[in-house]
Design a protein around this ligand. Sequence first.
Ligand code: SF4
Length: 244
Amino acid sequence: MTSKLYHECYTHVCQARRLLQDLHELGFDTVVSPVVGENTDNGAADTAALPSTAVPESLLELQNEVEQCHACTLHEKRNHVVFGRGNPFAKLVFVGEAPGYEEDQQGQPFVGEAGRLLDQILFAMGLSAEDVYICNLIKCRPPANRDPHAAEVEACAPYLERQLAVLKPAVIVALGRFAAQTLLGVQTPVSRLRGCWYTYAGIALMPTFHPAYLLRSPLEKKRVWEDMKEVKRRLESGVIKRSD
Ligand code: SF4
């Protein structure tokens, strides 16, 4: 084995160990990996049946509008508007808070450390980033990752409302305080909201902790995993369908 190949193998083993460690912290010991080509009925849309460019025109129009937005001062220092990514036909949509440094640099939500953790949560659910849609309440990065101000939430929330109206998922997971409180119109702490089902515009909504919070408080990962198991159960139950 050449030293280069050895190094690559070593890197992959380290990554796998790290993944398993994170999954163990999430509170489960076995991973069921979907078989390629098998219909796992895991709540994801059948992406193979969709043309890759089949993004609804209304979503593209909204994205274009948001990219021109100067409605609050956050536009002044942004490098990119961070609109959303993933499958616009997904049954499951994750809504986070606001872009961080990496997201602002790349113009994509959840691509930093918190995004890596969200990817692992999806993996644990038997899903991939292509099976869901991921976006934020606030589309431009608050300086130094500070909490968004009330005026910024007020200015930007209508874009999320319109985005969700186009996406029409079956289930929304609100990640963290700002997403949960804004979508539900309450001031209740997310620690009390999480773990229960609510309804937003006729769509089932589950609040849970934000992955960035989990990076600071890893002991809370198990609670998030409990919430995600509930989301998975609901998607698989067949009780709800993606709204038309
Ligand atoms: Fe517009 Fe939202 Fe960006 Fe503010 S954060 S400038 S409201 S897109």
